[in-house]
Design a protein around this ligand. Structure first.
Ligand SMILES: Nc1ncnc2c1ncn2[C@@H]1O[C@H](COP(=O)(O)OP(=O)(O)O)[C@@H](O)[C@H]1O
Ligand SMILES: [Mg+2]
Length: 253
């Protein structure tokens, strides 16, 4: 079973076919990249998958369940989480505090039940603290645990935002240009960390990325979009020797 499947998704804005019959499959424990020139429909596809827009046509399946008509918060609670370029980080809270106030996955317990089940909630708090510590290790931020988030460098700030999304314990994380504006060394480091996260926590990633070097080095499978359609799919080596892909990029300049 693939973690995420879209079937012929379409979204039009007036006369623009932003997403035009897109079918993709994301396998569990992969880093799947979505690339394509500006305006090719990548972010709109993310909005459709994560329930921020309803599609005009087509369906989205998450772990074999049809989630096409669910609201974005329902989808996030099921474990399909999307981070935005801008994440709410409290600069005057410490790194660990930010991790602990990040929204948790609501597995369906009622509010009343969670109050009555006080012991359980203390246990859960301990577990969530331990998980936060484990994630900070993975993100190479353990030494920054008690530092104000406002004192982090730009790269550490990005890592913290990824960590906060991981606090939800998502099955799949959708990242829209996670290393935009980041220097190559740091971009590589962030992707190394995502690889560790895939391997150690069995996480799955669907990532929109402009930086071709990291896409080539770190992704398991690549989908290429152009003018709302998927024009190529395959492993990195195949994609970067594909004439249609090269033309789409050259044509965009
Ligand atoms: N909310 C919107 N309203 C109208 N047009 C939109 C909207 N969102 C995206 N578009 C248009 O859809 C196309 C695809 O945009 P987008 O998905 O942001 O592309 P990408 O993320 O690949 O750069 C563009 O032509 C864009 O102008
Ligand atoms: Mg975009």
């Amino acid at each position: 079973m693939d973690t995420l499947v879209t079937k012929k998704l379409s979204k039009h804005f007036g006369g623009i076919k932003a997403v035009d019959g897109v079918s993709i499959s994301v396998k569990k424990k992969t880093i799947t990249a979505l690339i394509g020139p500006n305006g090719s429909g990548k972010t709109t596809l993310f909005n459709l998958i994560s329930g921020f827009y309803g599609p005009d046509e087509g369906k989205v399946f998450f772990l074999d369940k049809d989630i096409t008509n669910l609201k974005s918060y329902q989808i996030a609670n099921k474990g399909l989480v999307r981070t935005f370029q801008l994440v709410r980080i409290f600069r005057n809270l410490s790194v660990i505090e930010n991790m602990l106030v990040a929204p948790k996955r609501n597995y369906g317990d009622s509010f009343i039940k969670s109050i009555i089940n006080f012991k359980k909630s203390i246990q859960e708090e301990k577990e969530s603290y331990n998980y936060a510590i484990e994630l900070l290790d993975l993100l190479e931020l353990p030494h920054m645990k008690d530092e104000y988030a406002g004192n982090l460098s730009g790269g550490q700030f990005k890592l913290l935002s990824i960590g906060m999304a991981l606090m939800r314990d998502p099955e799949i994380l959708l990242l829209d240009e996670p290393v935009a504006g980041v220097n190559p060394t740091l971009a590589n480091k962030i992707f190394d960390i995502l690889i560790n996260c895939r391997d150690k926590f069995n996480k799955t990633f669907l990532i929109i990325e402009h930086n071709m070097d990291v896409v080539l080095d770190f992704s398991d499978l690549i989908y290429v979009m152009n003018r709302g359609k998927i024009i190529a799919e395959g492993p990195p080596e195949a994609i970067f020797s594909n004439r249609g892909v090269i033309d789409a990029y050259l044509g965009a300049d």
